[in-house]
Design a protein. Structure first.
Length: 465
């Protein structure tokens, strides 16, 4: 019965039409109440404004007051959100979360401040525009939520507070970024505009590594980017286009909060939904979290594991691995046929592979290092993530720290016998075929020797998976 009631409430609140014009005036107030009994999974929306669309082949933009159940039982997230059809493209709660117990109140005050309040009148979010001559709140045809004065000058706009989505017509200047936060994780992704490139970054605690980059030709300097009708345009200091990720009819750009991939999205009227027409990373193994920490993405797109703990536990999260703050008394092991997609680690040039190994061993914050024989370059990382299988003989080496003195079987084993399960092109299917072959061979051999005295079987040395 609770499920039926919850479904009814979600449907009811999603249909509310609080004030569906494209603008509202000063003094407007809209309350939104939660169910009497706390409902996990609850999402309530009260639409405030909607753009007028000239074509029925594309959805409109809507601004809504929303309440969503949170990780804190009995508390709901309260925010103002902008939707493009069913896709959320902006939220006031992207960085700063506001929690309420039973009611969320939106108001545009008489002195021009846009606010969110709880039932006890506590202000949890505000635009900070009191006394600036604000006349009204408007949602523009671009999806930009703006506060305007009497002469239609923009005093505040949602485009100045980017989240994880960039809309057509929106501009990002140098040193601004989009951010995407995976659920239940301290890790987050960012799309950043830098002077020499645009790039995607993996952010973990105080660590930051890029995993995709786009640089304009001839090393030209970037000033800003703008999403236009032909795709993502990159401009220099003179507002000249110096690069473009071309994709016609793009309506928005977004960072996935699970994969961290960057996509350009267009609307498909025949399907009634938005679809990615471009993705920065088309290969699964090029994603930084294709596998868990200390996992390896193989050529068959499966995940194998680097066993670096005596327990062999390879299911730990990035937070658990980061909790091991310092790895000082450890050895290094080289993994053949793998590298990492992460970039921008601590770099040392004109060094040998042996020197690279020593540098990482002496740095207690270093967990892994990549080495390029051609460039004599060593890059050290504070995480072991984004590791993928590559062709052997590429001149690239990847090394990770393992517990000192670990042995794999007999006393002759040493740390360099640590191996990666399935790495080197052997995936689960190949192993299954090999085991089947050995099994068939063993059965035939056994049948032939039934009439002979039994001989002791050799005990094979175990191989780390």
């Amino acid at each position: 019965m609770k499920i039926i009631t919850l479904s009814f409430l979600i449907c009811l609140f999603s249909k509310l039409q609080g004030h569906c014009k494209s603008d509202i005036n000063l003094g407007f107030t809209l309350p939104l109440s939660a169910p009497i009994e706390y409902a996990p999974g609850f999402i309530g929306k009260a639409y405030i404004m909607e753009t007028e669309t000239s074509s029925r082949r594309e959805p409109s933009f809507k601004a809504a007051l929303t309440m969503e159940s949170s990780e804190y039982k009995g508390r709901y997230l309260c925010s103002i959100q902008v939707f493009f059809g069913d896709v959320r493209v902006w939220s006031s709660g992207h960085y700063t979360k506001m929690y309420v117990s039973n009611k969320c109140i939106f108001e545009l005050t008489e002195d021009g401040d846009m606010r969110l309040k709880s039932s006890n009148k506590h202000v949890g979010w505000r635009s900070g525009t009191s006394g600036q001559g604000i006349e009204r709140l408007e949602i523009q045809s671009t999806g930009n939520l703006v506060l305007l004065d009497a002469i239609n000058m923009i005093k505040w706009q949602s485009f100045n507070f980017p989240t994880d989505v960039m809309l057509s017509g929106q501009r990002l200047d140098v040193a601004t970024q989009l951010t995407s936060f995976p659920k239940d994780s301290t890790m987050f992704y960012s799309f950043e505009v830098l002077r020499v490139k645009i790039a995607l970054f993996l952010n973990l605690d105080k660590l930051k590594y890029s995993y995709w980059e786009y640089k304009p030709t001839e090393n030209k300097t970037v000033n800003f980017v703008r999403l236009g009708p032909k795709g993502l345009d990159i401009f220099d200091d003179n507002s000249h286009i110096i690069g473009r990720i071309e994709q016609p009819m793009t309506r928005f750009l977004a960072i996935g909060n699970i994969t961290g991939n960057l996509g350009l999205y267009s609307y498909k009227p025949d399907k009634g939904k938005f679809e990615a027409t471009f993705q920065a990373l088309s290969n699964t193994c090029d994603l930084p979290v294709a596998c868990k920490p200390y996992g390896v993405c193989t050529s068959s797109k499966s995940c194998s594991c680097i066993k670096v703990m005596s327990s062999g536990d390879c299911n730990s999260s990035e937070e658990e691995w980061l909790s091991m703050k310092r790895l000082c008394d450890h050895d290094m092991v080289e993994l053949e046929g793998v590298t990492t997609v992460l970039r921008n680690g601590t770099e040392a040039r004109n060094v040998s592979k042996e020197r690279c190994e020593e540098l990482c061993k002496k740095d207690c914050e270093c967990r892994g290092a990549s080495y390029s024989a051609a460039e004599e370059s060593c890059v050290m990382y504070g995480v072991v993530m984004g590791v993928k299988e590559i062709e052997r003989g590429s001149g690239l080496s990847y090394m990770v720290k393992v517990p000192k003195g670990v042995r794999l079987g007999d006393e002759k084993s040493n740390v360099r016998k640590w191996v990666v399960g399935l790495v080197g092109g052997i995936d689960a299917l190949v192993i299954l075929l090999l085991l089947s072959g050995f099994g068939f061979y063993y059965i035939r051999k056994r049948r032939k020797s039934l009439s002979q005295p039994l001989q002791p079987q050799l005990q094979e040395e175990p191989i780390a998976e």
